[in-house]
Design a protein around this ligand. Sequence first.
Ligand SMILES: Nc1nc2c(ncn2[C@@H]2O[C@H](COP(=O)(O)OP(=O)(O)O)[C@@H](O)[C@H]2O)c(=O)[nH]1
Ligand SMILES: [Mg+2]
Length: 202
Amino acid sequence: MNDVKVVVLGSDNVGKSALIVRYLTKRFIGEYASNSDSLYRKRLSVDGRQMNLEIFDPCSQLREGRTGLGDQVQWADGFLIVYDISDKASFLAAQSLVYRIKESHQELYKSDAHPMLCLVGNKQDLCHAREVEEEEARLFALECRAQFCELSAAEQSTEVSAMFARLLRATLEYSRDRRRHSGSKSMAKLINNVFGKRRQSV
Ligand SMILES: Nc1nc2c(ncn2[C@@H]2O[C@H](COP(=O)(O)OP(=O)(O)O)[C@@H](O)[C@H]2O)c(=O)[nH]1
Ligand SMILES: [Mg+2]
């Protein structure tokens, strides 16, 4: 069985929890608890390959400044970096997160290969209030070798599933390589240290 760990990051209110809940339950419920970190677990199959997926949804990673990201980089096989297409500041924050993840990874592993990154422009249904051009975000993702898509957690279930499936496919390869090199002995300890908070199963 493959273990795949994904962390979802981005400014407050961009729809991180909505995307996760949409992916795991196919539902959009409008309001989501935002005062505690959550760890979701699900056993699933992508392209016929079984995996144990863990998705970490931290409630306030940006306020924590630089601390914590190194631990998350060590834990995660893949990152979903989310911004809101109607909020330019959230895109700038997403760009800064991408740089910080790549930087932390190099410090930790002295390697150019970094965890899989997917940049997601959420709230596409608010395109009448768009502040971030799709092309600008696509080019940035290309430069950073990140996957990219625009979608709406509120209105698009299939697209959200397809985006996760694409990230998980790439992440599966990365996680295999990484475990081969680092071993997973310290993972349980690390998870308890860093994410030993509320856990949820869907
Ligand atoms: N219009 C629109 N609103 C959304 C979408 N996704 C989330 N929201 C709303 O944005 C707010 C913040 O969502 P939430 O998932 O809690 O954001 P988080 O702080 O990043 O976890 C909530 O009021 C959601 O209903 C979307 O795709 N379109
Ligand atoms: Mg949230």
